[in-house]
Write a protein that binds this ligand. Structure first.
Ligand SMILES: C[S@@+](CC[C@H](N)C(=O)[O-])C[C@H]1O[C@@H](n2cnc3c(N)ncnc32)[C@H](O)[C@@H]1O
Length: 457
């Protein structure tokens, strides 16, 4: 299919019910936050849970302030999950029954507000208890909830002040891996960056400096416009006109490594929701965007439609798709996404060490097929948003060891705005959350991306 449906909606908009009275709205925001955290405990990805009809209707029923509050509660609960879980473990003698995920989520979200957010402790505590009391399965724990929340208010601040927050909020297995890969100091700094809500980064079709001014953002050296994170992006100038799309500054780099793609046939493998497809299409490439997931592929069409850009969209398994011979191929492979925990803090809760090995195997199959799709002399860029070596440099080391028909083309500093620290000794791109420091932490950092550029022999 060439292009698809309409903008930026993701299906029909839920009907907006009448606004609830203010005290109930406070409760509704907390209930929505607890439901979303419970969904994450139940194994869902937060982004997916937020797209459910129920969550979308609940968001639509809130006024903008409470919508932002619900989002902030979820974000804070997930970013501070290690500290909150430790306190709950201390205050609750017998562990909560494992299946009571809403009860746990209601307590966690209440503690997040009381200990880490600028909200009234009294309101947060009272509404937290009310959430528990109103949920039939949790109601028997109402007195316990009351006691735990009160105790957190009294003893919590002193206890968390003594925490090594970066350490406690990072799963041990990830801390060990990052220490091994990057050294103890950098591992700690990455974990510290993950505690802060990151900036809103925007890729523009043209006139980056003009858009930086219009949006009140800063212009990064490779053209990304960076703003302090913002609730409703649809309200920003230029969104409905399709002048820009949201994309972390680091995520904008792999497509740039393809070089000048104007007029070239480019395959974008594992393309949904289409951030990199948009970059290539905006640069004049004739893109074939391939993704295995039908629903996510529809998002590519929606996003391109809003931007007034075009691509052929193919729903297929990129590990065995034989769609032709391309001048350039970008493989932005599925990965453990440990480089994006700043943006997706739910990832720190759901991931397991075995995920890295499983995904590395899939990446290997995808890479082997991607090489077949590049014409001799053409360019292949392999990227992941993982910090784990198996999902980055080790993939390329294997290819070169088995004499795959490719050679590495090192990334040059001028391709990354002169930031030579983003390039490894082998000439690959390696961005980290600690890169691009800024005195204002809300404007600092990059997602952790790896990218290697290869020429097909
Ligand atoms: C990291 S995301 C891609 C992000 C995208 N490149 C962008 O810039 O917006 C990985 C994507 O890989 C897709 N995927 C996973 N396994 C795949 C496979 N075997 N073939 C094709 N796509 C796959 C997922 O559906 C997901 O959309």
């Amino acid at each position: 299919m060439r292009q698809a449906s309409t903008t930026p909606s993701r299906g029909p908009r839920p009907k907006r019910p009448p606004a609830p009275p203010p005290e109930q709205a406070g409760l509704a925001a907390r209930k929505l936050a607890a439901d979303l955290v419970a969904a994450v405990h139940g194994g869902r990805m937060l982004d997916g849970a937020m797209e459910d009809d129920g969550a979308r209707a609940a968001f639509a029923a809130l006024d903008p302030r409470d919508r932002a509050l619900a989002r902030a509660i979820v974000g804070t609960t997930l970013r501070r999950h290690g500290q909150i879980a430790r306190l709950l473990g201390r205050f609750i003698e017998r562990p909560l029954p494992g299946e009571r995920i809403f009860l746990r989520a209601a307590l966690e979200t209440a503690l997040a507000q009381i200990l880490f957010m600028e909200v009234s402790d009294h309101a947060a505590g009272a509404l937290g208890v009310e959430l528990v009391a109103n949920d039939r399965a949790s109601a028997p724990w109402k007195n316990l909830a009351n006691a735990v929340i009160r105790r957190a208010g009294r003893e919590g601040p002193a206890l968390i002040a003594a925490d090594d927050a970066a350490r406690v909020n990072t799963p041990d297995w990830l801390m060990r891996r990052w220490t091994e890969a990057y050294g103890a100091g950098t591992a700690k700094a990455i974990a510290t960056m993950n505690l802060v809500e990151p900036s809103l980064d925007i890729s523009v079709k043209s006139d980056a400096a003009g858009w930086a001014e219009k949006l009140g953002g800063v212009l990064l050296p490779w053209g990304t416009v960076r703003l302090v994170s913002h609730g409703a992006i649809e309200k920003l100038p230029g969104f409905h006109e399709g002048e820009w799309w949201v994309q972390d500054a680091a995520a904008a780099l792999p497509a740039r490594l393809l070089g000048d793609v104007a007029g070239l046939a480019v395959a974008d493998l594992c393309a949904a929701p289409g951030g990199k497809t948009a970059s290539i299409a905006a640069a004049g490439g004739k893109v074939t965007a391939v993704d295995v997931n039908r629903r996510r592929s529809e998002r590519i069409g929606e996003n391109l439609e809003r931007l007034g850009l075009a691509a052929d969209i193919v729903i297929a398994d990129a590990a065995d798709w034989r769609g032709g011979s391309f001048d350039a191929v970008l493989l932005d492979a599925p990965c453990s996404a440990t480089g994006t925990l700043r943006r997706h803090p739910d990832g720190a809760i759901g991931k397991r060490p075995g995920d890295v090995a499983d995904l590395a195997l899939l990446q290997r199959r995808l890479l082997d097929n991607a090489i077949r799709l590049v014409r001799p002399g053409g360019t292949l860029v392999f990227s992941t948003c993982s910090l784990e070596p198996e999902e980055g440099p080790e993939q390329i080391r294997r290819l070169l060891m088995i004499d795959a028909p490719v050679e590495r083309i090192p990334v040059r500093p001028e391709e990354v705005g002169g930031h030579a620290e983003l390039i490894t000794a082998d000439g690959d791109l390696r961005t980290l959350p600690v890169h691009l420091p800024n005195d204002d932490p809300r404007l600092a950092g990059l997602d952790g991306f790896y990218a290697a550029r290869l020429r097909r022999l």
